[in-house]
Design a protein around this ligand. Structure first.
Ligand code: EPZ
Length: 419
Protein backbone atom coordinates (compact mmCIF):
# COMPACT_ATOMS: atom_id res chain seq x y z
CA UNK A 1 0.00 0.00 0.00
CA UNK A 2 1.35 3.45 -0.85
CA UNK A 3 1.20 6.59 1.28
CA UNK A 4 2.10 10.24 0.89
CA UNK A 5 4.34 11.72 3.59
CA UNK A 6 4.00 15.48 3.93
CA UNK A 7 5.92 17.94 6.09
CA UNK A 8 3.62 20.92 6.23
CA UNK A 9 3.60 24.70 6.66
CA UNK A 10 5.55 25.44 3.48
CA UNK A 11 4.05 28.16 1.28
CA UNK A 12 3.36 26.99 -2.28
CA UNK A 13 4.50 29.21 -5.13
CA UNK A 14 5.14 28.95 -8.83
CA UNK A 15 3.31 27.52 -11.82
CA UNK A 16 1.27 24.32 -12.17
CA UNK A 17 0.02 23.03 -15.53
CA UNK A 18 -3.38 21.52 -14.79
CA UNK A 19 -4.03 18.01 -16.14
CA UNK A 20 -6.73 16.95 -18.59
CA UNK A 21 -10.15 16.32 -17.07
CA UNK A 22 -10.77 12.85 -15.63
CA UNK A 23 -14.53 13.24 -15.80
CA UNK A 24 -14.38 14.12 -19.49
CA UNK A 25 -11.71 11.60 -20.52
CA UNK A 26 -13.74 8.66 -19.13
CA UNK A 27 -16.85 9.61 -21.10
CA UNK A 28 -14.81 10.23 -24.26
CA UNK A 29 -13.11 6.83 -23.91
CA UNK A 30 -16.55 5.21 -23.66
CA UNK A 31 -17.58 7.21 -26.73
CA UNK A 32 -14.71 5.66 -28.71
CA UNK A 33 -16.67 2.37 -28.79
CA UNK A 34 -19.13 4.08 -31.15
CA UNK A 35 -16.42 4.91 -33.71
CA UNK A 36 -15.36 2.67 -36.58
CA UNK A 37 -11.97 4.35 -37.00
CA UNK A 38 -9.04 5.31 -34.77
CA UNK A 39 -9.52 8.01 -32.13
CA UNK A 40 -6.59 9.92 -30.65
CA UNK A 41 -7.46 11.64 -27.38
CA UNK A 42 -4.75 14.17 -26.52
CA UNK A 43 -4.28 15.87 -23.12
CA UNK A 44 -5.63 12.64 -21.67
CA UNK A 45 -4.55 12.45 -17.99
CA UNK A 46 -2.40 9.54 -16.74
CA UNK A 47 -4.88 8.24 -14.12
CA UNK A 48 -5.74 4.79 -12.84
CA UNK A 49 -9.37 5.35 -13.90
CA UNK A 50 -8.21 6.14 -17.45
CA UNK A 51 -6.09 2.98 -17.55
CA UNK A 52 -9.07 1.00 -16.20
CA UNK A 53 -11.24 2.39 -19.02
CA UNK A 54 -8.59 1.36 -21.55
CA UNK A 55 -8.65 -2.17 -20.10
CA UNK A 56 -12.41 -2.28 -20.56
CA UNK A 57 -12.00 -1.17 -24.19
CA UNK A 58 -9.47 -3.92 -24.81
CA UNK A 59 -11.81 -6.44 -23.13
CA UNK A 60 -14.49 -5.41 -25.62
CA UNK A 61 -12.16 -6.21 -28.48
CA UNK A 62 -11.15 -2.62 -29.24
CA UNK A 63 -7.47 -1.84 -29.63
CA UNK A 64 -6.47 0.79 -27.08
CA UNK A 65 -3.15 2.03 -25.82
CA UNK A 66 -1.92 5.02 -23.85
CA UNK A 67 1.33 6.92 -24.31
CA UNK A 68 2.53 10.45 -23.52
CA UNK A 69 -0.86 11.84 -22.45
CA UNK A 70 -2.56 10.45 -25.56
CA UNK A 71 -5.04 7.58 -25.67
CA UNK A 72 -5.25 5.73 -28.99
CA UNK A 73 -8.44 3.72 -29.46
CA UNK A 74 -9.61 1.78 -32.49
CA UNK A 75 -13.04 0.23 -31.98
CA UNK A 76 -13.29 -0.97 -35.58
CA UNK A 77 -12.80 -4.51 -34.30
CA UNK A 78 -15.14 -4.35 -31.29
CA UNK A 79 -16.38 -7.90 -30.74
CA UNK A 80 -17.74 -8.14 -27.18
CA UNK A 81 -20.59 -6.46 -25.40
CA UNK A 82 -20.09 -7.62 -21.82
CA UNK A 83 -18.04 -5.84 -19.15
CA UNK A 84 -16.99 -8.31 -16.43
CA UNK A 85 -17.90 -7.57 -12.83
CA UNK A 86 -14.35 -7.07 -11.61
CA UNK A 87 -13.86 -4.33 -14.18
CA UNK A 88 -17.20 -2.72 -13.32
CA UNK A 89 -16.31 -2.68 -9.65
CA UNK A 90 -12.90 -1.23 -10.36
CA UNK A 91 -14.46 1.98 -11.62
CA UNK A 92 -17.95 3.17 -10.72
CA UNK A 93 -18.13 5.41 -13.76
CA UNK A 94 -17.88 2.42 -16.10
CA UNK A 95 -21.69 2.62 -16.21
CA UNK A 96 -21.12 5.21 -18.95
CA UNK A 97 -20.05 2.33 -21.23
CA UNK A 98 -23.64 1.04 -21.16
CA UNK A 99 -25.09 3.57 -23.58
CA UNK A 100 -22.12 3.38 -25.93
CA UNK A 101 -21.97 -0.44 -26.16
CA UNK A 102 -25.75 -0.62 -26.57
CA UNK A 103 -25.61 2.03 -29.27
CA UNK A 104 -22.88 0.23 -31.20
CA UNK A 105 -23.65 -3.45 -30.61
CA UNK A 106 -27.40 -3.52 -29.89
CA UNK A 107 -26.81 -5.39 -26.64
CA UNK A 108 -24.80 -5.03 -23.47
CA UNK A 109 -24.19 -6.95 -20.27
CA UNK A 110 -22.62 -5.42 -17.23
CA UNK A 111 -22.95 -5.69 -13.49
CA UNK A 112 -24.51 -3.00 -11.38
CA UNK A 113 -21.75 -0.50 -10.62
CA UNK A 114 -22.73 -0.83 -6.99
CA UNK A 115 -22.41 1.75 -4.30
CA UNK A 116 -19.16 3.52 -3.74
CA UNK A 117 -17.48 5.68 -1.19
CA UNK A 118 -20.03 8.46 -1.77
CA UNK A 119 -22.98 6.32 -0.79
CA UNK A 120 -25.54 4.56 -3.02
CA UNK A 121 -25.08 5.38 -6.68
CA UNK A 122 -28.47 4.58 -8.28
CA UNK A 123 -28.76 4.38 -12.04
CA UNK A 124 -32.57 4.48 -12.34
CA UNK A 125 -32.47 7.51 -14.65
CA UNK A 126 -29.92 5.83 -16.93
CA UNK A 127 -32.05 2.67 -17.26
CA UNK A 128 -35.40 4.40 -17.66
CA UNK A 129 -34.00 6.61 -20.44
CA UNK A 130 -32.53 3.66 -22.35
CA UNK A 131 -35.83 1.79 -22.04
CA UNK A 132 -37.60 4.83 -23.57
CA UNK A 133 -35.18 4.43 -26.48
CA UNK A 134 -36.21 0.82 -27.02
CA UNK A 135 -33.82 -1.12 -24.81
CA UNK A 136 -35.12 -4.17 -22.94
CA UNK A 137 -33.30 -4.34 -19.61
CA UNK A 138 -33.44 -7.21 -17.14
CA UNK A 139 -31.42 -7.66 -13.96
CA UNK A 140 -30.36 -11.03 -12.68
CA UNK A 141 -28.10 -11.53 -9.67
CA UNK A 142 -26.67 -8.02 -9.99
CA UNK A 143 -26.02 -8.33 -13.73
CA UNK A 144 -27.81 -6.01 -16.14
CA UNK A 145 -28.75 -7.64 -19.43
CA UNK A 146 -29.70 -5.05 -22.02
CA UNK A 147 -30.78 -5.67 -25.59
CA UNK A 148 -32.49 -3.83 -28.39
CA UNK A 149 -32.97 -6.31 -31.24
CA UNK A 150 -34.53 -3.62 -33.42
CA UNK A 151 -31.89 -1.05 -32.54
CA UNK A 152 -32.32 2.02 -30.38
CA UNK A 153 -34.68 4.77 -31.51
CA UNK A 154 -34.90 8.43 -30.59
CA UNK A 155 -37.06 9.60 -27.68
CA UNK A 156 -37.93 12.73 -25.75
CA UNK A 157 -36.41 12.18 -22.32
CA UNK A 158 -37.00 14.40 -19.33
CA UNK A 159 -34.56 13.89 -16.44
CA UNK A 160 -35.91 14.34 -12.91
CA UNK A 161 -32.44 15.53 -11.89
CA UNK A 162 -29.70 16.86 -14.23
CA UNK A 163 -27.61 13.72 -13.79
CA UNK A 164 -24.18 13.95 -15.45
CA UNK A 165 -23.87 10.22 -16.02
CA UNK A 166 -27.42 9.78 -17.28
CA UNK A 167 -27.00 12.70 -19.71
CA UNK A 168 -23.77 11.16 -21.00
CA UNK A 169 -25.30 7.69 -21.37
CA UNK A 170 -28.25 9.05 -23.33
CA UNK A 171 -26.00 11.10 -25.65
CA UNK A 172 -23.83 8.04 -26.29
CA UNK A 173 -26.83 5.77 -26.91
CA UNK A 174 -28.57 8.32 -29.14
CA UNK A 175 -25.59 9.11 -31.41
CA UNK A 176 -26.24 6.05 -33.63
CA UNK A 177 -29.96 5.59 -32.80
CA UNK A 178 -32.70 5.94 -35.40
CA UNK A 179 -34.25 9.39 -35.27
CA UNK A 180 -33.98 12.30 -32.90
CA UNK A 181 -33.48 12.25 -29.13
CA UNK A 182 -34.12 15.27 -26.95
CA UNK A 183 -32.88 15.42 -23.36
CA UNK A 184 -34.77 17.88 -21.16
CA UNK A 185 -33.20 18.99 -17.86
CA UNK A 186 -29.86 17.70 -19.12
CA UNK A 187 -26.73 18.20 -17.03
CA UNK A 188 -24.87 21.36 -18.07
CA UNK A 189 -21.39 20.46 -16.78
CA UNK A 190 -18.49 21.40 -19.10
CA UNK A 191 -17.73 17.67 -19.40
CA UNK A 192 -21.08 17.27 -21.17
CA UNK A 193 -20.09 20.00 -23.63
CA UNK A 194 -16.77 18.22 -24.18
CA UNK A 195 -18.53 14.92 -24.89
CA UNK A 196 -20.96 16.52 -27.35
CA UNK A 197 -18.12 18.31 -29.15
CA UNK A 198 -16.07 15.10 -29.30
CA UNK A 199 -18.96 13.08 -30.75
CA UNK A 200 -19.62 15.81 -33.33
CA UNK A 201 -15.91 15.67 -34.23
CA UNK A 202 -16.54 11.97 -35.00
CA UNK A 203 -19.51 12.76 -37.23
CA UNK A 204 -22.40 12.87 -34.76
CA UNK A 205 -25.14 15.49 -34.96
CA UNK A 206 -25.56 16.94 -31.45
CA UNK A 207 -26.63 20.43 -30.41
CA UNK A 208 -27.39 22.15 -27.11
CA UNK A 209 -24.58 20.40 -25.18
CA UNK A 210 -23.90 22.50 -22.08
CA UNK A 211 -27.49 23.72 -21.91
CA UNK A 212 -30.51 22.09 -20.26
CA UNK A 213 -31.82 20.80 -23.60
CA UNK A 214 -29.59 18.55 -25.71
CA UNK A 215 -30.75 17.36 -29.17
CA UNK A 216 -29.12 14.34 -30.80
CA UNK A 217 -30.01 13.31 -34.37
CA UNK A 218 -28.86 9.73 -34.90
CA UNK A 219 -26.44 9.01 -37.76
CA UNK A 220 -25.45 5.76 -39.48
CA UNK A 221 -21.82 5.66 -38.46
CA UNK A 222 -19.14 7.53 -36.53
CA UNK A 223 -15.56 7.81 -37.78
CA UNK A 224 -12.38 8.37 -35.77
CA UNK A 225 -10.85 11.76 -34.98
CA UNK A 226 -8.20 13.53 -32.95
CA UNK A 227 -9.59 15.40 -29.96
CA UNK A 228 -8.07 17.31 -27.04
CA UNK A 229 -9.57 16.56 -23.63
CA UNK A 230 -10.66 19.69 -21.73
CA UNK A 231 -8.66 20.83 -18.67
CA UNK A 232 -9.69 19.46 -15.28
CA UNK A 233 -11.63 22.20 -13.47
CA UNK A 234 -11.69 20.23 -10.22
CA UNK A 235 -7.93 19.71 -10.26
CA UNK A 236 -7.62 23.48 -10.78
CA UNK A 237 -9.89 24.11 -7.77
CA UNK A 238 -7.78 21.66 -5.77
CA UNK A 239 -4.54 23.54 -6.47
CA UNK A 240 -6.28 26.84 -5.64
CA UNK A 241 -7.19 25.34 -2.27
CA UNK A 242 -3.57 24.20 -1.84
CA UNK A 243 -2.40 27.79 -2.31
CA UNK A 244 -5.03 28.97 0.16
CA UNK A 245 -4.19 26.56 2.96
CA UNK A 246 -0.44 27.24 2.70
CA UNK A 247 -0.74 31.02 2.33
CA UNK A 248 1.03 30.74 -1.01
CA UNK A 249 0.56 31.91 -4.55
CA UNK A 250 0.15 29.79 -7.68
CA UNK A 251 -0.14 30.48 -11.40
CA UNK A 252 -2.33 27.73 -12.91
CA UNK A 253 -1.97 27.01 -16.62
CA UNK A 254 -4.81 25.24 -18.51
CA UNK A 255 -7.37 26.58 -16.03
CA UNK A 256 -10.59 27.98 -17.50
CA UNK A 257 -11.99 30.63 -15.15
CA UNK A 258 -15.36 30.53 -16.91
CA UNK A 259 -15.76 26.92 -15.74
CA UNK A 260 -15.05 27.93 -12.12
CA UNK A 261 -17.43 30.87 -11.85
CA UNK A 262 -19.00 29.43 -8.68
CA UNK A 263 -15.63 28.53 -7.13
CA UNK A 264 -13.46 31.62 -7.65
CA UNK A 265 -15.75 33.93 -5.58
CA UNK A 266 -15.44 31.50 -2.65
CA UNK A 267 -11.65 31.92 -2.63
CA UNK A 268 -12.09 35.70 -2.92
CA UNK A 269 -14.46 35.64 0.09
CA UNK A 270 -11.71 33.74 1.93
CA UNK A 271 -9.44 36.72 1.28
CA UNK A 272 -7.44 35.35 -1.66
CA UNK A 273 -6.64 37.56 -4.63
CA UNK A 274 -7.54 35.87 -7.93
CA UNK A 275 -6.63 37.10 -11.41
CA UNK A 276 -7.75 35.28 -14.53
CA UNK A 277 -6.54 35.68 -18.13
CA UNK A 278 -6.62 33.44 -21.23
CA UNK A 279 -6.68 29.90 -19.82
CA UNK A 280 -4.78 30.78 -16.66
CA UNK A 281 -5.74 31.49 -13.05
CA UNK A 282 -3.35 33.30 -10.69
CA UNK A 283 -4.19 33.04 -6.99
CA UNK A 284 -2.42 34.83 -4.16
CA UNK A 285 -3.35 33.89 -0.57
CA UNK A 286 -0.88 35.90 1.46
CA UNK A 287 -3.59 37.32 3.74
CA UNK A 288 -5.02 35.22 6.66
CA UNK A 289 -8.03 33.22 5.46
CA UNK A 290 -11.57 34.30 6.38
CA UNK A 291 -14.54 31.96 6.84
CA UNK A 292 -17.20 31.73 4.12
CA UNK A 293 -20.77 32.01 5.38
CA UNK A 294 -22.41 29.23 3.35
CA UNK A 295 -21.38 27.02 0.44
CA UNK A 296 -24.12 24.94 -1.18
CA UNK A 297 -23.11 22.27 -3.72
CA UNK A 298 -25.36 22.33 -6.78
CA UNK A 299 -25.46 21.03 -10.36
CA UNK A 300 -23.42 23.15 -12.78
CA UNK A 301 -23.11 26.11 -12.95
CA UNK A 302 -23.52 25.98 -9.16
CA UNK A 303 -20.69 25.15 -6.74
CA UNK A 304 -19.38 21.70 -7.75
CA UNK A 305 -19.72 18.87 -5.24
CA UNK A 306 -16.28 17.61 -6.35
CA UNK A 307 -14.68 20.78 -4.96
CA UNK A 308 -16.44 20.52 -1.58
CA UNK A 309 -13.83 18.48 0.26
CA UNK A 310 -10.78 20.42 -0.92
CA UNK A 311 -12.36 23.80 -0.17
CA UNK A 312 -13.39 22.48 3.25
CA UNK A 313 -9.75 21.63 3.93
CA UNK A 314 -8.81 25.27 3.33
CA UNK A 315 -11.72 26.48 5.47
CA UNK A 316 -10.41 24.53 8.49
CA UNK A 317 -7.83 27.32 8.93
CA UNK A 318 -10.14 30.22 7.98
CA UNK A 319 -10.98 32.60 10.83
CA UNK A 320 -14.66 32.29 11.79
CA UNK A 321 -17.48 29.86 11.06
CA UNK A 322 -18.16 28.39 7.60
CA UNK A 323 -21.14 26.24 6.66
CA UNK A 324 -21.15 23.69 3.82
CA UNK A 325 -24.35 22.08 2.50
CA UNK A 326 -23.76 18.97 0.34
CA UNK A 327 -26.83 18.67 -1.88
CA UNK A 328 -25.62 16.19 -4.48
CA UNK A 329 -24.41 13.07 -2.65
CA UNK A 330 -25.76 11.71 0.61
CA UNK A 331 -22.45 10.57 2.03
CA UNK A 332 -19.70 12.91 1.04
CA UNK A 333 -18.27 13.89 4.44
CA UNK A 334 -16.03 10.90 5.10
CA UNK A 335 -13.01 13.21 5.06
CA UNK A 336 -14.38 15.14 8.07
CA UNK A 337 -13.32 12.61 10.73
CA UNK A 338 -9.83 12.46 9.26
CA UNK A 339 -9.55 16.27 9.19
CA UNK A 340 -10.68 16.35 12.84
CA UNK A 341 -7.83 13.96 13.68
CA UNK A 342 -5.52 16.73 12.42
CA UNK A 343 -7.07 19.29 14.77
CA UNK A 344 -9.82 20.66 12.56
CA UNK A 345 -13.04 21.73 14.27
CA UNK A 346 -15.85 20.41 12.05
CA UNK A 347 -19.31 19.09 12.91
CA UNK A 348 -21.14 17.28 10.11
CA UNK A 349 -24.72 16.10 10.34
CA UNK A 350 -26.72 14.99 7.30
CA UNK A 351 -26.12 17.42 4.45
CA UNK A 352 -24.60 20.13 6.65
CA UNK A 353 -21.05 20.60 7.92
CA UNK A 354 -20.08 23.47 10.21
CA UNK A 355 -16.40 24.40 10.19
CA UNK A 356 -14.92 26.55 12.98
CA UNK A 357 -11.53 27.83 11.81
CA UNK A 358 -8.55 26.87 13.96
CA UNK A 359 -5.15 28.55 14.18
CA UNK A 360 -3.23 25.38 13.49
CA UNK A 361 -3.60 21.88 12.10
CA UNK A 362 -1.28 19.12 13.30
CA UNK A 363 0.27 16.36 11.25
CA UNK A 364 -1.24 12.89 11.77
CA UNK A 365 -1.65 9.50 10.12
CA UNK A 366 -4.87 9.71 8.10
CA UNK A 367 -6.56 7.56 5.50
CA UNK A 368 -8.18 8.56 2.20
CA UNK A 369 -11.74 7.24 1.89
CA UNK A 370 -12.48 8.58 -1.59
CA UNK A 371 -10.89 10.58 -4.37
CA UNK A 372 -11.69 14.16 -3.40
CA UNK A 373 -11.64 13.47 0.34
CA UNK A 374 -8.17 12.05 -0.09
CA UNK A 375 -7.04 15.18 -1.90
CA UNK A 376 -8.47 17.23 0.98
CA UNK A 377 -6.26 15.30 3.43
CA UNK A 378 -3.17 16.05 1.32
CA UNK A 379 -4.05 19.75 1.40
CA UNK A 380 -4.57 19.62 5.17
CA UNK A 381 -1.13 18.01 5.48
CA UNK A 382 0.37 20.86 3.45
CA UNK A 383 -1.13 23.32 5.93
CA UNK A 384 -0.38 21.36 9.11
CA UNK A 385 2.50 21.64 11.57
CA UNK A 386 4.65 18.53 11.52
CA UNK A 387 4.39 15.36 9.47
CA UNK A 388 1.24 13.89 7.91
CA UNK A 389 0.92 10.45 6.36
CA UNK A 390 -1.97 9.99 3.96
CA UNK A 391 -2.70 6.30 3.38
CA UNK A 392 -4.78 4.70 0.59
CA UNK A 393 -3.24 6.92 -2.05
CA UNK A 394 -4.88 4.67 -4.65
CA UNK A 395 -8.07 6.69 -4.24
CA UNK A 396 -6.20 9.91 -5.03
CA UNK A 397 -4.44 8.39 -8.04
CA UNK A 398 -7.84 7.74 -9.60
CA UNK A 399 -8.28 11.42 -10.32
CA UNK A 400 -5.01 13.29 -9.76
CA UNK A 401 -2.04 12.70 -12.00
CA UNK A 402 1.15 12.46 -9.96
CA UNK A 403 -0.17 14.83 -7.29
CA UNK A 404 3.08 14.77 -5.29
CA UNK A 405 5.16 15.76 -8.33
CA UNK A 406 3.11 18.87 -9.07
CA UNK A 407 2.96 19.91 -5.41
CA UNK A 408 6.69 19.29 -4.87
CA UNK A 409 7.53 21.44 -7.89
CA UNK A 410 5.45 24.19 -6.22
CA UNK A 411 7.48 24.00 -3.01
CA UNK A 412 5.75 21.29 -0.96
CA UNK A 413 7.73 18.75 1.07
CA UNK A 414 5.86 15.64 -0.05
CA UNK A 415 7.05 12.14 -0.97
CA UNK A 416 5.32 8.93 -1.99
CA UNK A 417 6.35 5.86 0.01
CA UNK A 418 5.46 2.21 -0.39
CA UNK A 419 4.93 0.00 2.58
C1 EPZ B 1 -20.41 12.50 -12.10
O1 EPZ B 1 -20.89 11.41 -11.33
C2 EPZ B 1 -18.93 12.63 -11.75
N1 EPZ B 1 -18.23 11.40 -12.12
C3 EPZ B 1 -18.78 12.88 -10.26
O2 EPZ B 1 -17.39 13.07 -10.00
C4 EPZ B 1 -19.53 14.16 -9.90
O3 EPZ B 1 -19.45 14.35 -8.50
C5 EPZ B 1 -20.99 14.04 -10.34
O4 EPZ B 1 -21.07 13.72 -11.75
C6 EPZ B 1 -21.76 15.33 -10.09
O5 EPZ B 1 -21.15 16.38 -10.77
C7 EPZ B 1 -17.84 11.21 -13.40
O6 EPZ B 1 -18.08 12.03 -14.27
C8 EPZ B 1 -17.07 9.96 -13.71
P1 EPZ B 1 -24.80 12.25 -11.21
P2 EPZ B 1 -22.37 10.81 -11.65
O7 EPZ B 1 -25.41 11.19 -12.04
O8 EPZ B 1 -22.61 10.82 -13.09
C9 EPZ B 1 -28.21 10.71 -8.26
C10 EPZ B 1 -15.36 12.75 -8.85
O9 EPZ B 1 -14.99 12.88 -7.67
N2 EPZ B 1 -28.64 9.83 -9.36
O10 EPZ B 1 -24.87 13.67 -11.66
O11 EPZ B 1 -22.50 9.54 -10.90
C11 EPZ B 1 -26.86 10.30 -7.68
O12 EPZ B 1 -27.02 9.29 -6.70
C12 EPZ B 1 -16.70 12.12 -9.15
O13 EPZ B 1 -14.70 13.11 -9.85
C13 EPZ B 1 -29.80 9.09 -9.21
O14 EPZ B 1 -30.48 9.14 -8.18
O15 EPZ B 1 -23.26 11.93 -10.92
C14 EPZ B 1 -26.36 11.58 -7.07
O16 EPZ B 1 -26.93 11.76 -5.79
C15 EPZ B 1 -17.48 11.78 -7.89
N3 EPZ B 1 -30.18 8.26 -10.22
C16 EPZ B 1 -26.89 12.65 -8.02
O17 EPZ B 1 -27.96 12.03 -8.77
C17 EPZ B 1 -29.47 8.16 -11.40
O18 EPZ B 1 -29.89 7.40 -12.29
C18 EPZ B 1 -25.85 13.18 -8.99
O19 EPZ B 1 -25.39 12.09 -9.72
C19 EPZ B 1 -28.28 8.91 -11.51
C20 EPZ B 1 -27.89 9.74 -10.49
Amino acid sequence: MQKLVIRGEKRLYGEIAVQGAKNSALALLAGCTLCSGEVRLTNCPALSDVFAACRILNRLGCKSRYSEHTAYVNAGSISECAVPEDMMREMRSSIVFLGAILGRKGQCELSFPGGCELGPRPIDMHLSALEQMGARITEEYGVLCCECPYGLHGAKISLGFPSVGATENIMLAAALAKGETVIYNAAREPEITDLGNFLNCCGARISGQGTSTVVISGVEKLHGCEYEVMPDRIAAATYMAAAAITGGELDLKNARAQELEAVIPVFEQMGCAVFTYDERIYINCKRPLKAVRTIRTMPYPGFPTDAQAVVMAALTKAKGTSVVVENIFCSRYRHVDELVRMGANIKAEGKVAVIEGVKRLYGARVRACDLRGGAALVLAGLGAQGETEVEKVCYIDRGYENIEKYLREAGADITRMTG
